[in-house]
Design a protein around this ligand. Structure first.
Ligand code: ATP
Length: 206
């Protein structure tokens, strides 16, 4: 991991993992990550595009281009790394494997995991979710107006299993990559650095 070049973290310092398909990254992701950074106060941020997300069909967009689009997150935080680790592993990307890698890279650090509302409410479907609850803190963000009661209930259920859930303090910015892939005209909702990759490579044209 490139992160090693930045030097080790002190015991208990926080590394915030933001994983996703990022096909493409959009303003909802930017909004979430900014809010998560404010809530979690990490020493490092790792943005990790998945190779194949276990819960979705494989992305038609080449992984190298999804990785390139994730450069748009870099201005959000000085110690932010966009990692190709999951892409290099190949196959389905399981967060538990990535957390193992981060714990080895940053011994003694506390791993915080960004989860949008759809991820929070389906968390018990993740591989090794109990292990993840034990070893990470979830940083949760609403995605839809009015979804907070459902999210609070999901958080309470995870807390009853020993999990820790930290909510961001910002309202939802409803937006999904799926909408942008199908309505290419909405590219104004994609950060400029990612939009350039889309335009240069004619992504999402039909
Ligand atoms: P798709 O439409 O292809 O399913 P997506 O927009 O949900 O994609 P992902 O790359 O799968 O994007 O999301 C990565 C992470 O960001 C997930 O934790 C997801 O819940 C979260 N996320 C995505 N969009 C938003 C949003 N608008 N607000 C808050 N969190 C979001």
């Amino acid at each position: 991991m490139e992160g090693e070049k930045r030097g080790p973290l002190a015991e208990g310092e926080r590394v915030l993992l933001f994983g996703g398909t990022f096909d493409p990254p959009h303003n909802g992701h930017i909004h979430f990550l900014k809010s998560a950074i404010e809530a979690a106060k990490p020493a490092r941020v790792v943005v990790m595009p998945a190779c194949i997300p276990p819960h979705k069909a494989a992305s038609a967009t080449p992984a190298a281009l999804r990785l390139a689009m994730c450069e748009c997150f870099k201005p959000l935080f000085p110690a932010l790394e966009v990692s190709d680790w999951e892409i290099r592993q190949g196959g389905k990307s399981y967060t538990i494997d990535t957390v193992n890698m981060l714990e080895q890279t940053y011994p003694g650090a506390a791993v915080y995991l960004c989860v949008g509302s759809d991820m929070l409410t389906t968390f018990t479907e993740w591989r090794s979710w109990r292990e993840l609850l034990r070893r990470t803190v979830l940083v949760a963000q609403s995605r839809e107006e009015g979804d907070m009661p459902e999210l609070r209930a999901a958080a309470r259920a995870l807390e009853a299993e020993g999990g820790r859930v930290l909510f961001t303090q910002t309202p939802a910015l409803p937006l999904a990559s799926t909408e942008l892939r199908t309505h290419r005209r909405d590219l104004s909702l994609v950060p400029a650095a990612a939009r350039r990759v889309i335009e240069e490579n004619h992504l999402y044209e039909r």
